[in-house]
Write a protein that binds this ligand. Structure first.
Ligand code: NAD
Length: 361
């Protein structure tokens, strides 16, 4: 297998955590006989400093030619008042690569159960949820949208809209993901109120006919928000639209504990000649700890393992990376963000945590 990936370290702790993902990738390559070329490119504030643009054309060209992209994080106070914002680089690349599916696992590692915002007895049953969120449609992009004043009264409006093709392609992502997990999809909508949700539900049911091995259920979004807190272990894959997914994926993240543990994947539309995946930690550039070797690299390392599994089909290598992360957590060495008040083990920096994960592969 010969693959080419682009690394976009970005700003703040981005370069620190990407350095650990690179370290782990090198070990995985040797152990599993893979051949992966890496190329670094600029994005965000670092790109603004070097070129004046948060997403330079050279970065975009490199990403379009790659088999996959791994991104660190962008942004920071240095550019808060800049005419061009680093975050525009992130939105730009998502749009240019046509990334319509966002996949966020929310896993409570048994070793870190005490860090969850939920009660121990709720978490103990095991939580391993994958939120599949549609990323390019819904009320965020529907037209008409705007503001106007009529008869002296200000008025603002957005349009919630999906067509059946947009629903079908994201439903396929969710069903495919569920078939290699525990085989259950819960589609979340508000079909008791919204026309858009009624179309969503019927297209999800039609698409389900192609996935007889997957069990499908439906849930209203308000109930789902409640069930995530009361009984999160009932969920395997949650499939939902852009707006509901925005909220539910953050809620699911909060039950998982630290931001430093959460990876994500955004996938493009293979049917439209794309097929590129962008893999990135959920966290931002953490300017408060940047440059101090205090960042937790696990979210970046788990983003690498998502890439190995989803873009390269390397299940065994992906599992080896995840097992190495578990082994390090069990060994009693952790970055400060995942120690908790009663922690008696060693507090390690970002680079050492990366070394330990690499050693255990
Ligand atoms: P943040 O995720 O950067 O940090 C929130 C808190 O979590 C901070 O206290 C930080 O120290 C901690 N934290 C985050 N990641 C960590 C890690 N790996 N290890 C240990 N601790 C970690 O969010 P923020 O402070 O709201 O935003 C900071 C900057 O990042 C802003 O410029 C924002 O726009 C940007 N941002 C970028 C992305 C992205 O690139 N995908 C996402 C969110 C925020």
């Amino acid at each position: 297998m010969k693959k080419h990936i682009v690394l976009l370290p970005g700003d703040g702790i981005g370069p620190e955590v990407i350095a650990q993902a690179r370290k782990v990738l090198r070990v995985v390559e040797k152990k599993f006989g893979l051949s992966v070329d890496t190329e670094d490119a600029l994005i965000g504030g670092a790109a603004i400093d070097a070129t004046g643009e948060p997403l330079p054309p050279a970065t975009l060209e490199a990403c379009k030619k790659a088999d996959a992209v791994i991104l660190g994080a962008v942004g920071g106070p240095k550019w808060d008042k800049a005419p061009k914002r680093p975050e525009a680089g992130l939105l730009g690349i998502r749009k240019a690569l046509n990334l319509f599916a966002n996949l966020r696992p929310a896993v409570v590692f048994p070793e870190l159960a005490e860090l969850s915002a939920l009660k121990k007895k709720t978490v103990e049953r095991g939580i391993d949820i994958l939120v599949v969120r549609e990323l390019t449609g819904d009320v965020y992009f529907g037209q008409p949208a705007g503001e106007e004043t009529k008869d002296g009264i200000r008025h603002a409006f957005n349009t919630m809209s999906y067509n059946e093709e947009e629903v079908r392609r994201i439903a396929r992502v969710a069903f495919s993901a569920a078939s290699s997990r525990r085989g259950r999809v819960c589609s979340v909508d508000k079909s008791n109120v919204l026309h858009v949700s009624r179309l969503w539900r019927s297209v999800v049911e039609e698409t389900h006919r192609d996935y007889p091995d997957v069990a499908l259920s439906h849930m209203y979004v308000d109930n789902c928000a409640m069930q995530l807190v009361l009984n999160p272990s009932q969920f395997d894959v949650i499939l939902t639209g852009n707006l509901f997914g925005d909220i539910l994926s953050d809620e699911a993240a909060a039950i998982a504990g630290s931001l430093g543990m959460l990876p994500s994947a955004s996938l493009s539309d293979a049917a439209k000649g794309g097929g590129i995946g962008l893999f990135e930690p959920v966290h931002g550039s953490a300017p408060d700890i940047a440059g101090q070797d205090r960042a937790n690299p696990i979210a970046a390392v788990l983003s690498l393992s998502m890439m190995l599994r989803m873009s390269f089909g390397q299940e065994e290598a992906a599992t080896a990376v995840e097992n190495a992360v578990h082994a390090v957590l069990r060994a009693g060495v952790r970055t400060a963000d995942i120690t908790g008040p009663d922690w008696k083990g060693e507090i390690a920096g970002c680079a050492k945590t990366g070394d330990l994960i690499a050693e255990r592969i």
